[in-house]
Design a protein around this ligand. Structure first.
Ligand code: AHG
Ligand code: MN
Ligand code: MN
Length: 323
């Protein structure tokens, strides 16, 4: 049995990682165990329902968005390796330890619309090196390829932790003693798939290439793609990405015409980048329809981005349609 704690030590030795980096990731995992305990109990731990507040992105916060955010911030404030934090639920970055080497970005609770209906939700995280000099917003605006570690915790039928230090991806399951234990080493995203995920209710707002792509998938074996596709939409990106990691698939949250000021719904820094790093490290692909996700130069902490990720063949196909 390999606990997450033992695994971090092995990774440190094998890949010469800084002990402060693995300590940072351990703090994130510990906070997620506390979040998982609350998620499991639901109404019994008083975490369901609205918080009665909103975040900077104009979204209503659920109680669990706020609780998860606070648990992560508390844990990372105690971690001297962390210089600063950026969160979906915080307007601007939070400075923590001025001597810290790392920056942590997170979506504390992904899939908020699923909290109150007992459907899988998650936490997404990304770790960057703090550039030298004083901490400011620009310190965080690094492209995804510069992430040192990234991963997610999925609060589903099991609580799973998926992590990458850019040497592949590994999967851990939370056991009955509250420890993450390695349950799957190096899963690989199949290169081809017959499964897609997109919120079809936005179809009328999509741009032409995405309309064409989905029409081709829906045409099935008599269409140009020559095979029948199945569709899934959980509305928790963490759950969709985990399904793709386990059995392949393609996920799209494309740019649409609902709000011309927003190039997509999902956020680059703490949703698209960390999940893209995980999938790319497992042999999958990810882009914003025209450019590799991890090479996008960010312009803001809460920047939105179009997302196309999953099995390589499909992601490349979508990109060619945008050619
Ligand atoms: P969050 O709960 O952090 O705001 O993110 C929800 C995201 C993502 O998880 C999911 O893929 C998408 O929003 C669902 O959007 P729809 O409501 O359009 O289905
Ligand atoms: Mn989210
Ligand atoms: Mn969220």
């Amino acid at each position: 049995m390999t606990t997450f704690h033992d695994y971090l030590q092995q990774q440190r030795e094998q890949h010469h990682l800084c002990p402060q980096l693995t300590a940072t990731v351990q703090s994130i995992a510990d906070a997620c165990i506390r979040i998982s305990e609350k998620v499991r109990l639901g109404a019994l731990s008083g975490v369901l329902g609205e918080a009665g507040s909103g975040n900077i992105q104009g979204e209503d916060q659920k109680k669990l968005d706020v609780i998860a955010n606070n648990l992560l911030i508390e844990a990372l404030r105690r971690q001297s390796a962390v210089a600063g934090i950026a969160s979906e639920e915080e307007d601007s970055f939070v400075a923590t330890d001025e001597n810290g080497r790392y920056l942590v970005l997170f979506d504390p609770l992904d899939g908020s619309s699923n909290i109150d209906v007992n459907i899988s939700i998650g936490t997404i995280f990304s770790v960057l090196e703090k550039p030298s000099g004083s901490l400011n917003t620009e310190s965080f605006l690094q492209k995804g390829s510069r992430q040192l570690a990234a991963g997610y915790v999925l609060y589903g039928p099991q609580t799973l932790l998926v992590i990458t230090f850019k040497h592949g991806v590994d999967v851990f399951t939370l056991n009955q003693n509250g420890e993450f234990v390695l349950t799957q080493a190096s899963p690989k995203v199949p290169g081809q798939t017959k499964e897609f995920a997109i919120n079809m209710s936005n179809q009328r707002h999509w741009e032409a290439p995405v309309r064409q792509y989905v029409a081709e998938l829906l045409a099935g074996e008599t269409g140009v793609r020559g095979k029948n596709y199945n569709m899934r939409w959980v509305a928790s990106m963490v759950a969709e990405v985990h399904r793709i990691l386990m059995r392949g698939g393609v996920f799209l949250y494309p740019k649409d015409a609902r709000d011309p000021s927003k190039p997509g719904k999902l956020r680059l820094m703490y949703e698209a980048n960390p999940l893209s790093l995980v999938l790319q490290q497992a042999g999958g692909a990810s882009c914003n329809a025209v450019e590799d996700m991890l090479s996008i130069e960010p312009a803001g902490l809460h920047q939105r981005v179009a997302v196309v990720l999953g099995s390589k063949e499909e992601v490349e196909y979508v990109r060619r349609l945008h050619g």
